[in-house]
Design a protein around this ligand. Structure first.
Ligand code: C5P
Length: 404
């Protein structure tokens, strides 16, 4: 995730989950954000200001009436400098104070003085979380326009079970990234295919490829952050479902085709990044195939080319931008250009599978974007998430150009 140049204020209140704020601050700084930590007095019983000061690389704000600290950075200044305020963990107490507009310490005062969006990440005992007073207060915060990230359900430090665990770090980071991102795809429906397909020849064996789904999932995450309505159709992968994305799980190419055909007519943008099996065994044995003497042969049959059909049906569809991928081991540009034309795409993302750190299962990629006009955009080596950002930037250029 890229957050360089972004200023955040992280408020830490006094619950056992306060120790998790160390990892949050560390991750934000790693992403390039400038982080001002503000702690409540109670939070210092769970984690030291020094820990958060070292991790944030900035003095921690704690006492409202500390003359030295106030002269270095006043609480109003701290509140105004932030592009986003994140309260994690937010205890029942600070949630109640925020809902009532109380400003009796550094953190509550800074929140009241802020004009930036505020993200509240509650963490508390399940009974405290479910208490009508807390639920009413969270409702008030939502009415005030604050963003509330629901806590996770699970076992708690107090040995009880239920809702109240601080949301997982990855969910908090994703929500922060979304709140820092311009909603440039708002109002648009997008469809992305990802992962491999499994083409079975008996109930326990199948033909597949090493696609991990990472590129497609990154495309879905970035589109969701930009506020698109995202449908992600994926073959079997072991990745966590992205938040704010409708996930459709399929196994075979034909299942993928049916799912995509059901959705495609309503989509503004379609990006096919799945590594769809070109062939399937012409017969699937009902039981596990037994070992025999000599050769065993499997006859293959052609799978439907989903993207080709989408390209052919374009004039009758709502789809304004259609994008494909070309993963190749030879003649990259030549093969990609041919697919771009044949499948009637706006652009194609060409991917050299023989290059180290590119293609299947890696976290990085180096791709070229080829347009129908002949224009080629060569992207440097970058993470798949950065590639996804650049692909969506490119889609947005096409959308702009097509807007009357
Ligand atoms: O022709 P080729 O399989 O190399 O084309 C790759 C592009 O077509 C990718 O975008 C892939 O997702 C899509 N594709 C498809 N259905 C297939 C094969 C590929 O949608 N059966």
């Amino acid at each position: 995730m890229g957050m360089s140049g972004k200023s955040l204020l992280v408020g830490v209140s006094g619950g056992i989950a306060a120790y998790k704020s160390a990892e949050l601050v560390r991750s934000l700084v790693k992403c390039g954000a400038s982080v001002q930590v503000v702690m409540t007095r109670n939070a210092t019983h769970f984690i030291t200001p020094l820990t958060l000061q070292v991790l944030s690389e900035q003095p921690v704000c704690l006492d409202l009436f500390d003359l030295e600290a106030e002269s270095q950075i006043g609480h109003i200044q701290a509140a105004r400098a932030a592009e986003l305020i994140v309260v994690a963990p937010a205890t029942a107490n600070i949630i109640a104070k925020m809902a009532a507009g109380i400003a009796d310490d550094y953190l509550t005062t800074a929140i009241l003085a802020a004009t930036a969006p505020v993200l509240v990440c509650p963490a508390m005992n399940v009974k405290m979380f479910e208490h009508p007073a807390t639920q009413r207060n969270l409702g008030t915060l939502k009415d005030l326009g604050y963003h509330v990230l629901d806590p996770d359900v699970g076992s708690m430090a107090c040995k009880e079970e239920g809702a109240g665990r601080l949301a997982d770090l990855s969910k908090i980071m994703e929500k922060i990234q979304t709140l820092l991102t311009t909603p440039s795809l708002a109002g648009l429906k997008v469809l992305i295919s990802a992962g491999p397909t499994w083409e079975p020849f008996d109930p326990v064996r199948f033909i597949t490829n090493p696609s991990s789904g990472k590129m497609g999932f990154a495309l879905a995450r970035v589109a969701a952050r930009r506020a698109a309505e995202v449908h992600l159709v994926t073959g079997p992968v072991s990745l966590a479902p992205p938040s704010e994305v409708t996930l459709h799980r399929v196994v075979t190419a034909r299942e993928m085709q049916h799912q995509i055909e059901e959705l495609a007519a309503h989509m503004d943008v379609i990006i096919m990044s799945a590594a769809v099996g070109d062939y399937r065994p012409s017969q699937t044995a009902p039981q596990k195939v037994k070992k025999i003497e000599g050769r065993q042969e499997v006859v293959l049959e052609k799978n439907p080319d989903i993207l080709l059909s989408l390209g052919r049906a374009r004039k009758d569809s709502k789809c304004r931008v259609l994008v494909g991928f070309a993963a190749e081991t030879e003649n990259l540009l030549e093969n990609a250009r041919e697919k771009l034309e044949k499948k009637n795409l706006d652009f194609i993302v060409a991917n050299n599978l023989t290059q180290r750190g590119s293609g299947f299962a890696t976290d990085t990629n180096q791709v070229k974007i080829l347009e129908r006009s002949g224009k080629i955009l060569e992207l440097p080596f970058m993470t798949k998430e950065e590639v996804a950002e650049r692909i969506w930037d490119h889609v947005e250029l096409f959308l702009e150009a097509k807007t009357p």
